[in-house]
Design a protein around this ligand. Structure first.
Ligand code: TYD
Length: 136
């Protein structure tokens, strides 16, 4: 059964404001609803390119715009919602079994993804029709 768009959440991260520069952080088990198994990041994205365009069977993730801005489009098979991420002190929680794509990357944007799973190609659903057939 696929997730619902209502399960997607913007999560505010701690912010320590300081005239010397601001600081934010994430602690496992405290700020996000899963154990972090992997961190990866997407950078040097040429203008107009899209990333993602698939769903995960098990992977839950938190996506943070560490620098610059980009959009995350989430789709539960019934409706779509676009989140514009442009600050490093919040992240978008995306549960498993939602179609998601990233685009509209600004120059020098840096997308950090905290993942609940190690990388596994078997976890990917690349076929949108297959994704739709398995929705709730
Ligand atoms: P992929 O997740 O398919 O990126 P996108 O959805 O944006 O197209 O990953 C692209 C390639 O990088 C793919 O060949 C697998 C590899 N990869 C890893 O080896 N480890 C990882 O943690 C990730 C996310 C990708």
């Amino acid at each position: 059964m696929n997730s619902n768009l209502l399960d997607v959440k913007l999560i505010d991260l701690p912010r320590v404001e300081d005239p010397r520069g601001n600081l934010s952080f994430i602690e496992e088990g405290k700020h996000i609803p899963f154990k972090i198994e992997r961190t990866y990041w997407i950078y040097d994205v040429p203008g107009g390119q899209l990333r993602g365009g698939h769903a995960f069977k098990k992977q839950k993730e938190l996506i943070v715009a560490l620098s610059g801005s980009f959009d995350v489009i989430v789709d539960d098979g019934k409706e779509q919602k676009t989140y514009s991420l442009n600050r490093s002190y919040y992240g978008l929680y995306v549960p498993a079994r939602l179609w998601r794509q990233m685009g509209n990357f600004s120059t020098n944007s840096l997308a950090m993804v905290l993942s609940s799973t190690a990388y596994s190609e078997d976890d990917y659903i690349h076929d949108y029709q297959y994704f739709l057939l398995n929705k709730a």
